[in-house]
Design a protein around this ligand. Structure first.
Ligand SMILES: Cc1ncc(C[n+]2csc(CCOP(=O)(O)OP(=O)(O)O)c2C)c(N)n1
Length: 243
């Protein structure tokens, strides 16, 4: 095994306060700690993390918007010994890719999904996402998201936990040191779930997007607390001991 580190020493393009940076770092640390760099294939989504391959020293495949779970299903089935990591935003996973997400989870594919919930479409300018909070102002909901018109936010963990297929589903956040620690622990459980051949795992991470939210860093941290009221943190499904 090479001793080369997973995180490349290059400047990232993400905005100040964006949580993609933190999550990339946690993932890269874990890949190094678990010594799986050479067997990892990551999927980059369409969204702000589209340039993931610039930052991680692993094989990365670029997928069409929302199609990450289907591409990763194919890769894992053809190369079952590889560690397959799906990385997706909320627009990618829960809007254009809802269908793929539901069926991949329902089939219990042995893949790991990292789901970045920042409550907006970041890359395209802060439009409403399926996870945008009620009353939240975005560029496409200038009066605030109205539940009667735009519908209520989709709770992905709760939804997937109703299915028999998934093995491990947890929601975490990265807005303070304690939550970042818990996020790493959740990611490790999800990674190990796949490495042990136990099936589908998903970790949803409540993430900051100060640019898309039009907030400063202080208010962005407060907004995560608001997100936690609607999207409670915790484990929604864990049947690892039964598989
Ligand atoms: C088929 C297709 N439809 C729409 C787009 C435009 N598009 C690019 S990124 C994006 C949304 C990304 O939002 P999200 O998945 O939440 O990721 P984030 O940028 O917030 O990290 C959209 C709609 C596209 N590239 N391809």
């Amino acid at each position: 095994m090479s001793t080369e580190k997973t995180l490349k020493g290059v400047k990232m393009h993400y905005c100040v306060g964006c949580s993609h940076t933190t999550v990339h770092r946690l993932i890269a640390q874990l890949i190094d700690e678990l010594n799986i760099r050479e067997k990892t294939i990551a999927a980059a989504p369409v969204g702000c993390a589209v340039l993931l391959y610039n930052y991680m020293n692993v094989d990365v495949i670029e997928c069409a918007h929302g199609r990450v779970p289907s591409v990763m299903t194919a890769i894992k089935r053809c190369l079952p010994d590889r560690f397959v990591l799906a990385y997706q935003g909320d627009g990618d996973l829960a809007a254009i890719g809802t269908n793929e997400t539901l069926h991949t989870a329902n089939r219990g594919e042995n893949i790991t999904v990292v789901f970045i919930n920042n409550a907006v479409y970041g890359m395209t300018g802060g439009q409403m996402a399926p996870t945008t909070l009620p009353c939240q102002i975005t560029t496409t909901t200038p009066m605030g998201r109205g539940e009667n018109y735009e519908g209520a936010p989709i709770k992905v963990c709760e939804l997937l936990a109703t299915m028999d297929g998934p093995t491990y589903i947890e929601r975490v956040a990265v807005n303070n040191r304690e939550d970042i620690k818990k996020t790493k622990e959740a990611l490790e459980k999800a990674f190990q779930c796949q490495l042990d051949g136990k099936g589908y795992s998903l970790v949803e991470i409540l993430s900051m997007c100060p640019t898309g939210w039009r907030t400063d860093l202080k208010d962005s941290l407060k907004f995560i607390d608001k997100m936690k009221e609607y999207f409670p943190l915790g484990v929604f499904k864990d049947v690892r001991s039964k598989r």
